[in-house]
Design a protein around this ligand. Structure first.
Ligand code: PLZ
Length: 444
């Protein structure tokens, strides 16, 4: 294991990174962008070693993937053993037990004590898209209801389900039909304030669906338990319960998109557990694979079995290497109690972020749960005007000091923290010191 300490030896990005960044412009589509131009050579736990020998603290986890830490020895061992056995056969052609073992884990760990089934796929977007296929096959209805600030992926259907046009949708239409958007219960920005946000947002949802879609045309309502790319928006208590009751009343499939929030990130195995609500279908990806690409839809057996035989699948879905990595990662989450660790990280992050908010009135809100925390930055004049430029400057200031932070939010003004759940507490403190320094520098 690489020593878990931040070391900055060169200017960041360093000279070797700068050279690679030059090559990137010549080789890679300019449409793949973002990030910090600091190239990785090695990683373990919560530390990224770059090509110039700097050690960075990773508070992005490859967008919430490295929950068990980078290159966890148990995951490496499992993948290595699997690769020397067989790497790919295609489950639909020549099946293998790892696929069954992982489906068993998913069926057992997702909320709900009813009979469940799973299907394994490659990416979060593919999982969301398949959840919609399943809901449509089960209900025989076309419509999907999604929310403001939602992020569900970059495929044609999931682009339609994603709210934000820049950069995800611009120039990529026409989009899939039968996707309807309603306001999100966003307590910080709810017009009448947070107190009645759940009831009022639900009333708006119910009325719009009634007037503009028709309840009996709706196959599924899809929502992230904590909205990820949209700004780590935590719905107010009760909102999920109201949606659950409405779905029950109208025979609509309730889908929790747990691609970013699932697998211990928020201090529970799934973030929706906190709401006391059981969804019909759950999508998983990211942390599920322990670093390898894999995704899943899990849910009620009668829904999962509704599509025609052969209707779900794909060449690589649940490939043996990813299943092995995933089973090892789940074992690590269990044996190292990473859900508990996420809660501890959440407590530390919250107290440090409160300190930051005390010094900087630009911190409009601290929100999130467990190791999925964020600050929303606004102008300090009481107007709550989003300050995306400040978020960008703070993230850049962190990067040059050797801490990888990500921004998010419809307005680009949210800084999010997604540390590996194994991050040592002194590293969290160090990263929070860096955040404060970067903040002080950015506000001048
Ligand atoms: N659902 C809730 O967070 C992926 C994407 C970043 P894929 N989020 C990070 C980017 O700019 O592409 C995500 C998510 C939720 C679905 C997805 C899609 O997952 O594995 O990226 O397809």
């Amino acid at each position: 294991m690489i020593e878990q300490r931040r070391i900055v030896r060169t200017a960041l990005p360093g000279p070797v990174s700068a050279e690679l960044a030059g090559r990137r412009r010549a080789e890679v589509s300019a449409a793949v962008s973002g990030g910090n131009d600091i190239y990785v050579a090695e990683a373990s736990g919560a530390i990224l070693v770059d090509v110039d020998g700097n050690r960075l603290i990773d508070f992005g986890s490859g967008i919430g993937v490295a929950s068990v830490g980078h290159s966890h020895p148990k995951v490496v061992e499992a993948v290595t053993a699997q690769a020397s056995g067989y790497g790919h056969t295609c489950f639909m052609v020549s099946p293998y037990g790892g696929y069954l073992d992982l489906c068993r884990e998913l069926n057992a760990r997702t909320p709900g004590d009813f009979e469940k089934r799973s299907v394994l796929l490659n990416t979060g977007a593919e999982a969301v898209e398949n959840a919609v296929k399943i809901a449509r096959a089960h209900t025989g209805r076309p419509a999907v209801v999604v929310f403001d600030h939602a992020y569900h992926g970059r495929t044609n259907l999931t682009m339609a389900m994603t709210a934000k046009v820049q950069p995800y949708k611009d120039g990529f239409g026409p989009f899939a039909p039968e996707v309807y958007r309603v306001p999100m219960a966003y307590p910080y920005r709810w017009p009448t304030g947070p107190q009645h946000c759940a009831e009022e947002a639900f009333a708006e949802f119910a009325s719009r669906v009634h007037l503009q879609v028709g309840e009996d045309h709706v196959a599924a309502v899809v929502l992230e338990p904590i909205q990820g790319e949209g700004g780590f928006i935590v719905p107010p208590p009760g909102f999920w319960r109201l949606l659950r009751e409405w779905c029950d009343q109208h025979g609509v499939v309730l889908v929790a998109d747990e691609v970013q929030s699932g697998f211990c990130r928020t201090g529970d195995w799934f973030a929706v557990e906190h709401e006391g609500v059981v969804p019909d279908l759950v999508t998983s990806a990211k942390a599920l694979g322990g670093g390898l690409p894999i995704a899943a839809v899990t849910g009620r057996a009668e829904m999962m079995d509704a599509p025609v035989p052969g209707g779900l699948g794909g060449t690589f879905g649940g490939n043996p290497l990813s299943c092995a990595a995933s089973l090892a990662a789940i074992e690590v989450m269990e044996s190292e109690d990473l859900a508990g660790r996420a809660r501890q990280l959440g407590a530390i992050l919250t107290s440090r972020l409160e300190g930051l908010a005390g010094s900087f009135p630009q911190v409009g809100e601290i929100r999130g749960r467990g190791a999925m925390m964020a600050i929303e930055l606004v102008t300090p004049d009481g107007s709550k005007s989003p300050d995306a430029a400040l978020a960008k400057a703070v993230v850049a200031g962190c990067a040059k000091r050797g801490v990888v932070m990500l921004s998010c939010g419809s307005y680009g003004n949210v800084i999010r923290m997604l540390p590996p759940l194994v991050t040592a507490f002194d590293l969290v403190d160090d990263a929070m010191d860096v955040l404060a320094e970067a903040f002080a520098e950015a506000v001048g």
